[in-house]
Design a protein around this ligand. Structure first.
Ligand SMILES: Cc1cc2nc3c(=O)[nH]c(=O)nc-3n(C[C@H](O)[C@H](O)[C@H](O)COP(=O)(O)OP(=O)(O)OC[C@H]3O[C@@H](n4cnc5c(N)ncnc54)[C@H](O)[C@@H]3O)c2cc1C
Length: 404
């Protein structure tokens, strides 16, 4: 016998939890269940990220990311204030490493203007006033609204509120099969039927979407983000966040330095092509059939070399070795030494969608839907920052109401 709910949500990451909160706000008397494959929340991206609440300078004004990033950050600050969760508005400097980076700084400033985000151009002296140890080439940008927070505290608070409101959580419930015609999913914990289903399964969302006839144009390639930590007596080298100028053709921001809410300074994450959606160790999380499919896709992208994928792969793979990781970090603070970097067990995986037709990495969030289901695809950074506004967009899309 299937258990029946108004809303079934797959995945208890920040996106699934935010969607549950939004649904509960709009339909307080509805029945909602969240099906989570793990035995707890926060085992994947939402519990393994940098904890940066981005201000929204990276995204062109027509993108969905631009629509929900700064709004999401504002909503998250309000949520944190309401529930007395600490965050620090430490700001961020994005610094040019060479003359090649200068035009991109202008692009980011234009984005900031179009997106209504505070950002100011700095000369080298201006950068030094905010981050005295940063090594900028000629210029940088200051984003005063960037903040840091502990993402696990946020997701745990969301769960606590949802449980109080009667939202059910079922753990250890990976989706095994779906029967869209009967509005039913089968999990390791039994069958669940729905009036409407939201697929917010992060790195598993594409596989689930395919069970419903969606995501046909995409496949997923995971990119591993490893971090180092600064030695305690070197933490003073960073006040807030120091980021490089990114390649705006790619969805990664580059190795950066972030002073976390607890005062630790993290360097990372990398974007190393990985062979498994949960390949958190060298071999850990590798399943042969999955690795084969991902490996084949990586080879196609390597051959097609769109957006200089070969260079990205070479540069990122090298960062497994500390001297290469260090040289990426030294572009931000020239005086860093190998001994300043301590290894860290913080590792995350970015579940990056690849467009099969163009063989390029998808840059924006993607939402596909039908009458009874909606699938959140490519839930990559800054989906943590965006979540409390993104969920409004998601539910609007499902309900056919006005988008945010
Ligand atoms: C290294 C790294 C650093 C990042 N830094 C930042 C940052 O500083 N700021 C920012 O805004 N964003 C950042 N991000 C991005 C951000 O963390 C993610 O975009 C966001 O957490 C995605 O949330 P989610 O709920 O979609 O996915 P997840 O957190 O992965 O949640 C999905 C859930 O679905 C479950 N699931 C999967 N498959 C199934 C299945 N078959 N059945 C049932 N359940 C399933 C999973 O177990 C998981 O709990 C970072 C990401 C990484 C990897």
């Amino acid at each position: 016998m299937a258990k029946s709910y108004d809303f079934v949500i797959i995945g208890a990451g920040i996106v699934g939890l935010s969607v549950a909160r939004e649904l509960n706000k709009r339909h307080p008397n509805s029945s909602i269940v969240i099906l989570e494959k793990e035995l707890d929340i926060g085992r994947h991206a939402s519990g393994r990220n940098s904890g940066v609440m981005h201000s929204g300078v990276y995204y062109g004004s027509t993108t969905l990311k631009a629509k929900v990033c700064s709004l999401g950050a504002a909503r998250m600050r309000d949520f944190a204030d309401e529930h007395e969760i600490s965050y620090k508005k430490v700001g961020k400097v994005i610094i040019a490493g060479s003359a090649e980076d200068l035009p991109t700084l202008d692009t980011l400033l234009t984005n900031a203007k179009n997106n209504g985000v505070k950002a100011e151009r700095l000369d080298v002296q201006g950068v030094k006033e905010i981050e005295p140890y940063a090594s900028a080439y000629e210029a940088g940008i200051y984003c005063p609204d960037t903040a840091v927070i502990d993402s696990k505290v946020i997701i745990n608070k969301l769960r606590e509120i949802l449980e109080e409101q009667g939202v059910e959580f079922v753990y250890g419930a990976p989706i095994r099969t779906a029967r869209p015609n009967q509005c039913l999913v089968e999990t390791a914990q039994g069958k669940f039927s729905y009036e409407f289903l939201y697929n917010c399964a992060g790195a598993g969302a594409d596989l689930i979407a395919k069970m419903f006839g969606h995501a046909g144009d995409y496949t997923l390639v995971p990119f591993k983000g490893i971090y180092y930590k600064l030695r305690v007596d070197r933490r003073h080298l960073v006040n807030g966040n120091i980021y490089p100028v990114p390649n705006v053709e790619l969805p990664f921001l580059g190795v950066h330095l972030t002073k976390a809410i607890n005062g630790e300074v993290y360097l990372g994450p990398t974007a190393i092509p990985a062979l498994g959606r949960e390949n958190y160790g060298i071999f850990k999380g590798i399943k042969l059939s999955e690795s084969f499919t991902i490996g084949r896709q990586l080879i196609s992208m390597y051959k097609a070399n769109r957006e200089n994928f070969r260079r990205l792969a070479h540069e990122e793979m090298k960062k497994y070795y500390k001297p290469f990781f260090l040289s990426a970090a030294q572009k931000l603070i020239r005086t860093l030494q190998s001994g300043d970097l301590e290894s860290s067990n913080k590792i995350g995986i970015r579940p990056q969608l690849v467009n099969l037709k163009t063989q390029t990495l998808e840059m924006d969030y993607i939402v596909e839907k039908d009458e009874r289901t909606l699938h959140v695809l490519n839930s990559i950074s800054p989906a943590f920052t965006s979540s409390l506004a993104f969920c409004e967009y998601i539910v609007d899309q499902a309900e056919g109401t006005k988008p945010v």
